[in-house]
Design a protein around this ligand. Sequence first.
Ligand code: SAH
Length: 213
Amino acid sequence: MDYTARRNKMVDEQLIPRGISDKKVLDIFRKVERHEFVSPSLHQNAYEDHPLPIGEGQTISQPYMVALMTQCLDLKGNEKILEIGTGSGYQAAILANLAKEVYSVERVASLAKHAFSVLKKLEYDNIKINVSDGTLGWDEYAPYDGIIITAAAPKIPDAYIKQLNAGGKLVIPVGSMFGQVLTVIKKTRDGVFTTEVCGCVFVPLVGKEGWSK
Ligand code: SAH
């Protein structure tokens, strides 16, 4: 089966039946070449229903989880988005197709470098990557219309709420090292409103306002 057929199968069998309904999100999952973001030995597995290793003990999330987190941001196309945990760059690529600009922070330099080269090869020109401790956000380009954290946080770092625009949403897995709750926080002029979406399991968010290792 070719990759386009595999992507369509992924959308039809993994995303739609589980409730991903945002048409723009579904369309982009049919297009973005997920296999480009994993090593050649895993190309055949790129559209399967589970996370995959990307080196340095890290993983590219299951397609459904990437789609769910993206759908939670409710993007219209004109947003400036902050992602913490660039990893392979796949989530950044999805966001770059659905928003105006993506700022992505990764703590592991080798992963950031590799993601940068893949995104360059695929001709993305609206993604900036920074190597630093993303538990502090990325102050330089704040405020953001949406913030997405693709690693598990023990608590919500203050910087994320500060760097979020009023009306914007923060999507973050919060909990222990072994299991978290995917949480959406909407910032409004009247305060912040929290919604718990589902259970999930992510690699730890390591840094000053995250886990120590
Ligand atoms: N979004 C990625 C998946 C990332 S896995 C993708 O689409 O492939 C989580 C990533 O978060 C890992 O690459 C890990 O190194 C990174 N990470 C963990 N703690 C971090 C921190 N404090 N700042 C930035 N990145 C961090």
